[in-house]
Each structure stands twice: as structure tokens, then as C-alpha cells.
Design a protein around this ligand. Structure first.
Ligand code: SAH
Length: 428
């Protein structure tokens, strides 16, 4: 075993960091040191745009000339990344004599410091680096003195995987102790029910939530991944059974947030599409609680897609409207080239179809009723405005379902409708 390296993080704020070299690697190192508050000098006759811009903005000093011994005077930390082995070696030599730790991009054998690959999230830093490599006999043709440190691609891949896992909430990022003060509420659109259709941002907020207030149509599969001490409040509603009144939901959100807890309100689809997200946000804001709204994949577009129906299609439909069909439809946009998407439309399907025909839509207009999109009961029933209600009744269509009205329905594999014995194809 070789001697291990000592992992540390450096506070370079207000301290001189000298970067020798002006290429992309040097630029990245220089800008990272600037970010960390360092007083940064870049020594290079030529420098890439990032360095030039940062110099012009006064964020670092660029000395546009070759390195000369003495340039590390006063430095706390140095980087040699010129691409020229001899120059890098000279910088390392000066650093060694001044007892300044020095990264050497070209030659790990003389480097005294290495930059890890880093993933950051919510105040946590995960560094991935290589330990000191065990020296191995040089292969014929190898430049013997050019030792590479570890396996940088493996390190980067590992870092990327950790960064993704932090982002998606797969790693335990939830702080054990909260900073004092009120918590926050995130209204997270969960998509149509499949866990894979919840956004990464949503997952990340879920992974650090103290309380999750969840709907019936939300992707409830994510609840199994929550820590045991996360409080889950189920306010699942089914049409006709408003289990928990909206005012009560608002009250729960506000109460937990004011008690200092981070709350995720996990909703089906998108919070702002027939989801009362606006009301929940207003209630939180009225109580002085900070709210973030995370968009979701709305069922209005994705559930038709699950049945192979694009809501617009060149030459077929130029636009679409999403309408609640829970009550009397009223005036809705018309025209053969305009798709109508009805949500909460199962109970009043017959009345809605009649209203659309009375409003001028052709009786032969294709209609699809897509139940339980992305769920185990997903099923598509097609017909026309004239007969889809009968067909839906015959097969026992249940909520939740999205009703699509318009010629785009003919693009679904479920079109044409199944013809029963003795029945005729629907009129077009
Ligand atoms: N905010 C949600 C809609 C809430 S209204 C969104 O953007 O998707 C509830 C209605 O959405 C249901 O009555 C049904 O019409 C539709 N819906 C939601 N998820 C569904 C699913 N998985 N399959 C079919 N319809 C769904």
C-alpha cells in the first residue's frame, strides 16, 4: 500500500492563488478559486476567453506573459497547467521551495495537491478523488516521468452518478437539524401517476421534506422511499367524495410550515392545471409562508399520449383546450382543427357530448376516453360524440379518465372503435 493522501478543503478567501497557464483547465481552476473568494493571478502569454473576461471584469489578475521564477511570491496555493511539461515542472519546483502546495496538471509525480471532482447540493459537498497510485513499472514507450494520477474518467463518472443521485433524492440529503424559522411549502406537480414522470426537482424536494401532503392521483409510489419519520398526510380525493375540504388542506400546509417543517404538497399532474395550485399558493402566501411551485407533466397532455394520441398534429389539429367537465361544459372553443381535452369528465360524459353537438361539433367527431393513464388499469375506449357515452357505459369506464375530442383521436392504435356484432362503423 502506498501512503494515502490527506483529504482537505482549503479556505482561499482573500488569499493569493497563482494559476500558471491560460487554457481551459487553468481557466476552470482559476475561476473556481475566484468563486471561493481567492485573490487570483493567472500567468500566461495567452489565455482563453473565460480568463480574459474575468480579468476585464476585475475578478482576477491576468499577467499576459511567460512564467518566471518568483511568480509564486506570496502565494498560498498554486496550479501549474500550461500544457508544457518543463514549465509545469519549474512551477512545481518553485512551489516546493516556497512550501506552497501545488497542483500539477501535467505531472502527478511532482504534484503536491490534487483537485477532486465535486458534487454539491444544499450545502453538502461530496468530493471524489483518487488515492496516490501505486507506482507500476513503466510500459515501453511511456514517458516515464509523466505519471497520471488515478483514473480521472472513472472519478468523473462516479461524481456524475453521485450528483444525479443527490438531485433525484436517491441519497439521504435531508438535514437532521433544521435552521430555525418557518419551513417552506413546495407545490410539486407529480405527473399522471407514474413515478418516472415526476421531475427531478420534485424528487429532490421530496427527499428533504418533513411532511408530504398527497393526493389520490399523485405518483404515490414515491411514498415508499420516504424516511420513516416523514409525516404523510393523505388528502386523496375522488370525484364526488371531497374527502378533505380545500380549506383544510390549506390549513395543514400553513400549520406545518409555520411550525418549521418543510412541506411538499404532492399533486397529480401539474399544480396549475385544474389542480387548485393557485389557491394553495395564495393561502400559504397570505400566512407569510414561502412557496415554490414545481411544474408537473399534466394528465391533459400525457394521458392522451399514453393512448397514442398527440393533442396537436400537423394537418389535423393546430391547438387544444383543456376544460373541466365536472360541471356543465358551457362555451368551449370549437373548430375541427381544435382538440378538446376534458378532465373530470366521466360522470357527465353523455351530457358533455350532447353539449358539444348542440354547440356545433359534428356527431361523427372522434372521441377517446383514456382511463388510468400509465396505471395498471390503463384502457382506451373510442367512439364518436354520438355513441362514445354508450360505449363507455357498456365497458364500465371509471374515473380517472381523460376525454379527448377531435380528429387526433384517429391517430391512436385504439381507433377505429371496436365494432360489436351487428353494429355499424360510426358515421364520419
Ligand atoms: N392537475 C391535474 C388534473 C387534476 S383534475 C393534471 O394536471 O393532470 C383530475 C383529473 O385529471 C381526473 O379526473 C382525470 O380527468 C385526470 N387525470 C389525472 N391523472 C390521470 C390518469 N393517470 N389517468 C387518467 N386521467 C387522469
Amino acid at each position: 500500500m502506498s501512503t494515502p493522501l490527506l483529504p482537505v478543503q482549503l479556505d482561499v478567501a482573500g488569499r493569493l492563488v497563482v494559476v500558471v497557464g491560460g487554457g481551459p483547465v487553468a481557466a476552470r481552476r482559476a475561476l473556481a478559486a475566484v468563486e471561493a473568494g481567492g485573490v487570483v493571478v493567472v500567468v500566461a502569454p495567452w489565455a482563453c476567453e473565460d480568463v480574459v473576461e474575468a480579468a476585464q471584469a476585475g475578478r482576477l489578475d491576468w499577467w499576459p506573459r511567460d512564467y518566471v521564477p518568483g511568480d509564486l511570491d506570496g502565494a498560498w496555493f498554486a496550479h501549474a497547467a500550461t500544457g508544457d511539461h518543463d514549465v509545469d515542472a519549474a512551477v512545481s519546483t518553485e512551489a516546493e521551495s516556497r512550501r506552497v502546495f501545488c497542483v500539477n496538471a501535467g505531472d502527478a509525480a511532482v504534484a503536491t495537491a490534487w483537485v477532486p471532482a465535486v458534487a454539491r447540493a444544499d450545502g453538502v459537498v461530496v468530493s471524489v478523488g483518487s488515492d496516490r497510485p501505486t507506482p507500476s513499472p513503466p510500459h515501453p514507450g511511456d514517458h516515464a516521468s509523466r505519471v497520471r494520477h488515478g483514473d480521472p474518467r472513472r472519478v468523473r463518472r462516479l461524481r456524475d452518478a453521485i450528483a444525479t443521485a443527490l438531485d433525484t433524492g436517491d441519497l439521504p440529503l435531508r438535514p437532521q437539524r433544521r435552521s430555525p424559522g418557518p419551513g417552506r411549502v413546495a407545490l410539486v406537480g407529480g405527473g399522471p401517476g407514474d413515478v418516472g414522470l415526476l421531475t427531478t426537482r420534485g424528487r429532490r424536494l421530496l427527499a428533504r421534506a418533513d411532511v408530504v401532503v398527497v393526493d389520490a392521483l399523485a405518483p404515490r409510489g414515491v411514498l415508499a422511499d420516504l424516511d420513516d419519520d416523514v409525516l404523510v398526510v393523505d388528502v386523496g380525493k375522488t370525484p364526488g367524495h371531497h374527502l378533505v375540504p380545500q380549506e383544510e388542506i390549506n390549513r395543514v400546509l400553513v400549520e406545518h410550515a409555520l411550525a418549521g417543517r418543510d412541506v411538499v404538497r404532492l399533486k397529480g399532474g401539474d399544480p396549475y392545471v385544474l389542480g387548485r395550485g393557485g389557491e394553495e399558493r395564495a393561502a400559504c402566501e397570505a400566512a407569510g409562508v414561502a412557496v415554490e411551485v414545481v411544474p408537473g407533466v399534466t394528465s391533459a397532455v400525457s394521458v392522451p399520449a399514453a393512448a397514442g394520441i398527440p393533442v396537436t398534429h400537423r394537418g389535423v389539429a393546430r391547438g387544444f383546450s383543456v376544460v373541466s367537465a365536472h360541471e356543465e361544459l358551457g362555451d368551449v372553443p370549437g373548430g375541427a382543427e381544435h382538440t378538446l381535452v376534458l378532465l373530470m369528465g366521466v360522470a357527465r360524459l353523455r351530457e358533455s357530448c350532447a353539449t358539444l353537438v348542440a354547440g356545433g361539433r359534428a356527431e361523427g367527431t372522434p372521441v377517446a376516453v383514456v382511463e388510468d393513464g400509465y396505471g395498471p388499469r390503463q384502457r382506451t375506449t373510442t367512439g364518436t360524440l354520438a355513441d362514445v357515452a354508450d360505449r363507455a357505459e357498456a365497458v364500465g369506464v371509471r374515473s380517472p379518465a381523460v376525454v379527448v375530442v377531435g380528429d387526433v383521436v384517429t391517430l391512436s392504435p385504439a381507433w377505429p372503435p371496436v365494432i360489436k356484432d351487428g353494429a355499424h362503423p360510426p358515421p364520419r
